[in-house]
Design a protein around this ligand. Structure first.
Ligand code: PLP
Length: 564
């Protein structure tokens, strides 16, 4: 104790509390072994636990509870009334009776950086870290590192108390973007709970309007998944049971499942090696050489004897297929085009025929989108949508998703239970305004990968034709020693994926289609060489450099072995 300190008699000081100078304490409680720096004030009814360090010039007001082992930096400000006023409504100075003390709790082991301000009614979670100068406006989750004004979660600390190893790079980070929007997303849950509007309603309609506008499409009908979107789009476009829909073998099985669920059969054409999308030359060859056309224009597949009625180009990895050429062939052969845009929210294509950039979902008769959580626009569960410029088709999809109803209990046909939940629509509404920025961040990361790998002979990069603005749902490179590279990256703590390892025509599920090995050589070769690298909007440049360092280290070994 020293002469410059002012410690009131009602202060409960624990054992071995160390006080510096010019300290003002009254009515508070300080735990054992805690150290308090110069010029700190701690008010009545505040408490500080054991083994805390309170640095100089900090102000801890009434209502603040600081648990054990907490570090408080210099000049940290606590506030305990959300609406402080100097005077009453009558104009006289407010007294203590007018002051409304709200609680703030700093949980065990947390650290608050210098110059931070902690607003009232907040809980700063156990072992969390608040960056210097941050303004904490809402609860900080345990083990989170937050910073900024208002403070947002940057990342989490491992439960051992150490920060996550910065050398580990996840394939996808789905936590950070949701925490960044935590307040808005929680508001959606709260609104739905308070109104019990779980199915249909204004949230779904608002999302449909906003997403149609985002896609430059006339209509959007929200459904329960991308698979249902594709199935309903095919059915509403008039694809009949027994028909053939042409697609590619290097897609997720949902593309062909939807075709089968619509009662049709998939037949494949191979891909263009440069874009990984449907080869227009091979599509033309299929239509000219593997089909016959009768005098009424009916197109029949020679391999199955079935009528061909649809093309389903897949905008794989976020890049649109060559839509002008596909639409020209479709017009010539009387086929409907349903875009599988499940990986391509916001992707663009320069249409020479229309002389303008067109969005995915606006060019075919209809398009299907998936809002599976990892997609560029993902729900917090399942979701999908059909977009179209055809009002009648949109009306049919609305019936299909809702038991064939035109209005409640009036069923013009049998349909499905394929609606999007109101909660998911609300969450998608909250996320949609950020999609253009997130897509731009993905494009920046893709450009950076391309710069880092430029000229390396062991790596093939994805190619983006001048008519394409890819939104890089995935960033997929190719390399000859794929197994070796995957193993190297795994050991280096870098997440990867393979999209997709076995082309659909070689899957057991499609044995009955009777395609053998060698039927689609480009898809087969590419499937054995592809690796999807970490790609998400919040991927940091440090993480990206780390990925590049390891990819290049393995690539140089490959080149040495090959004597290049
Ligand atoms: C190309 C493609 N088509 C269709 C789908 C199906 O979407 P969902 O999972 O929402 O049913 C997906 C989703 O992964 C996809 O990537």
């Amino acid at each position: 104790m020293n002469a410059y300190n002012c410690v009131a008699n009602d202060v409960k000081l624990g054992e071995n509390v160390q006080l510096s100078k010019f300290i003002n304490l009254y009515g508070c409680e300080i735990g054992d072994e805690t150290k308090i720096g110069a010029c700190v004030e701690i008010q009545k009814n505040a408490s500080v636990g054991k083994h805390c360090k309170i640095s100089s010039h900090t102000f801890i007001c009434e209502g603040v509870v600081i648990e054990d082992n907490v570090f408080i930096g210099h000049g940290v400000m606590f506030i305990n009334d959300s609406y402080p006023r100097a005077t009453t409504a009558q104009g006289s100075l407010q007294t203590e009776a007018d002051w409304k003390v709200e609680r703030t709790v700093i949980k065990k082991g947390a650290s608050i950086g210098s110059g931070a301000t902690i607003l009232p009614n907040t809980i700063v979670g156990e072992n969390s870290i608040v960056g210097a100068g941050s303004v904490v406006t809402k609860d900080v989750p345990p083990n989170a590192i937050v910073a900024g004004n208002p403070a947002k979660v940057l990342r989490f600390i491992e439960s051992t108390g150490k920060t996550a190893d910065p050398d580990l790079v996840p394939f996808l980070d789905l936590v950070t973007p949701h925490l960044e929007l935590e307040g808005e997303l929680v508001d959606v849950f709260r609104h739905v709970l308070h109104t019990a509007g779980f199915v249909g309603g204004s949230m779904v309609e608002e999302f449909e309007k906003a997403f149609a506008s985002f896609c430059d499409a006339g209509h959007c009908v929200a459904v329960s998944s991308g698979t249902d979107a594709l199935r309903f789009a095919l059915m509403a476009a008039g694809v009949q049971p027994g028909d053939v829909a042409i697609t590619v073998p290097n897609t997720f099985i949902a593309t062909t499942e939807a075709i089968s669920q619509a009662g049709a059969f998939p037949e494949f054409v191979d891909i263009d090696e440069r874009t990984s999308n449907m080869s227009v030359e091979l599509l033309q060859q299929y239509l000219e050489e593997q089909c016959t056309r009768d005098s009424s224009g009916k197109l029949t597949s020679l391999r199955s004897g079935r009528q061909v009625t649809a093309i389903v180009p897949v905008h794989l990895y976020g890049q649109m297929a060559d839509m002008d050429s596909i639409l020209r062939l479709a017009n010539k052969y009387g086929l409907v085009v349903i875009e599988d845009a499940c990986q391509a929210h916001g992707a663009e294509y320069f249409s020479k025929d229309l002389d303008r950039w067109m969005k995915a979902g606006s060019m075919g008769r209809a398009a299907a989108f998936s809002f599976y959580p990892g997609k560029n626009l993902g729900a917090c569960g399942e979701g999908g949508a059909v977009t179209t410029n055809d009002a009648e088709l949109a009306g049919k999809v609305k019936m299909l998703r809702d038991h064939g109803q035109v209005k409640k209990y009036y069923h013009d046909m049998e349909g499905y239970n394929g609606r999007l939940d109101a909660i998911q629509a609300g969450l998608l509404n909250a996320k949609l305004p950020h999609l253009a920025k997130w897509n731009a961040q993905r494009r920046d990361r893709a450009a950076e990968y391309s710069r880092l790998f430029a000229g390396n002979k062991a790596i093939s990069l994805p190619s983006e034709p001048s008519w394409s603005r890819c939104v890089y749902h995935l960033f997929v490179i190719r390399t000859s020693d794929r197994a070796g590279m995957l193993n190297h990256l795994k050991n280096a703590g870098i997440g990867t994926g393979i999209h997709y390892p076995i082309p659909l025509h070689l899957q057991k599920a499609y044995a009955s289609l009777n395609y053998g090995e060698g039927a689609f050589p480009v898809s087969e070769r590419v499937a054995s060489e592809i690796i999807s690298l970490p790609m998400f909007p919040q991927l940091t440049f440090r993480q990206q450099n780390r990925v590049a360092e390891e990819v290049l280290a393995f690539a140089s070994k490959t080149l040495q072995t090959a004597g290049v």
